[in-house]
Each structure stands twice: as structure tokens, then as C-alpha cells.
Design a protein around this ligand. Structure first.
Ligand SMILES: [Zn+2]
Length: 186
């Protein structure tokens, strides 16, 4: 676990709570994105996972199967990739996104966050934490930078220029990469 994630508040089970997660009556709502917290992260250039400042330069995010395929195709064809449809998913540090891709079902499976209901997060989390193979492929992707818009009801992100592309098909695919990243930070 990245040290900055270690410092996050925990839920009753001990899971660290991402910076953009809303709280209702002291319960983190993992399936949802908090508008105010997300807007603050966008404006202040804070990591959506750990809430700490992201240095100038590249930012990372976890993408789902469809976007992973689109990025892979663009890179293979030597075309620049741009997500023309903006996303609600904010950026983060490389270590934080590698970590989140392995333990957070809502980031590992971005579509899971879209609903208004939390679904069955305990079951989903346990499934991913056990390192089971996921049905869908995703990726941790580095981008040169991000753009954002804070509307009356949403915070929308758009990412420019892919600088790193790390596809995964299992929950623990990035364990080695994360260990190396944390060792380098120290
Ligand atoms: Zn972070």
C-alpha cells in the first residue's frame, strides 16, 4: 500500500477510503463519487485516491475494458488517443492507481461506479482482493496531463496524450510494478 494511502481514513473493515468517496453518517459510499471532493481534487491537482498533490507532469488513471481496447488500438496504429467523451473518474499518482487497480472494485471496474446504488460492494471487494481473474480487461494508463470542467452537477475529466499503457487481466497484475514504484519513491 502506498504510504499516502496508508494515511487515509478507513472504513469499519479497515479498507482505506479514497479522497473522492462521499461519506454518509460515517459510512464511506465506495460506489459513488463526491461532487465537492472531486471538484477540489480537480482544481487543486490532488490525487483522487490519496488526496495529496500531484506533481506537474504525468497523471494516471484506471480505465475499463472498452477504453483499454480503444487506447490499445490507437497506440498500435500510431494515432494519438483522446477520450472525447469526458469521464467522472479523476486522475491520481502512479502508485495510487496501480494500487487501486488491484484492490478497488470501482476503479478496477469503472462501470461499477456509474449507478446510484452501492450494489453489493462487500462481495465485489472480496472477489477482487482474492486476486481472482476478472472477466473484463482494463489498464492503468499514464497521460501527459488532464483537463477538467466543473458543471453545476458534475466534475468531468478529459485526458491528453498517453505516456504509459499497462493493461491487466487479473487483479494482481500490477503487484511487481507497484513494488518497484514504491521502492523508487523511498
Ligand atoms: Zn495518490
Amino acid at each position: 500500500m502506498p504510504p499516502t494511502v496508508q494515511d487515509r481514513p478507513r472504513d469499519a473493515r479497515g479498507y482505506p477510503v479514497p479522497a473522492i468517496t462521499p461519506w454518509v453518517e460515517e459510512q464511506p459510499q465506495f460506489a459513488l463519487t463526491d461532487y465537492g471532493r472531486s471538484a477540489a481534487c480537480a482544481r487543486e491537482r490532488l490525487c483522487s485516491v490519496c488526496g495529496r498533490l500531484m506533481a506537474r507532469g504525468s497523471v494516471w488513471r484506471v480505465v475499463g475494458a472498452a477504453e483499454c481496447a480503444a487506447i490499445g488500438e490507437a497506440l498500435a496504429a500510431g494515432r494519438p488517443y483522446r477520450n472525447l467523451a469526458p469521464t467522472l473518474e479523476g486522475p491520481g499518482h502512479r502508485a495510487c492507481m496501480l494500487y487501486a487497480s488491484m484492490v478497488c472494485p470501482y476503479l478496477a471496474r469503472p462501470n461499477a461506479r456509474r449507478g446510484t446504488s452501492a450494489g453489493r460492494p462487500d462481495e465485489l471487494t472480496a472477489h477482487v482482493v482474492r486476486g481472482a481473474v476478472r472477466g473484463t480487461m482494463g489498464a492503468v494508463v499514464g497521460f501527459a496531463d488532464y483537463e477538467f470542467a466543473v458543471t453545476a452537477t458534475q466534475v468531468l475529466f478529459r485526458f491528453v496524450d498517453v505516456v504509459e499503457f499497462l493493461p491487466h487481466d487479473t487483479a494482481d497484475a500490477h503487484a511487481e510494478e507497484l513494488r518497484a514504484e514504491l521502492a523508487q519513491d523511498r
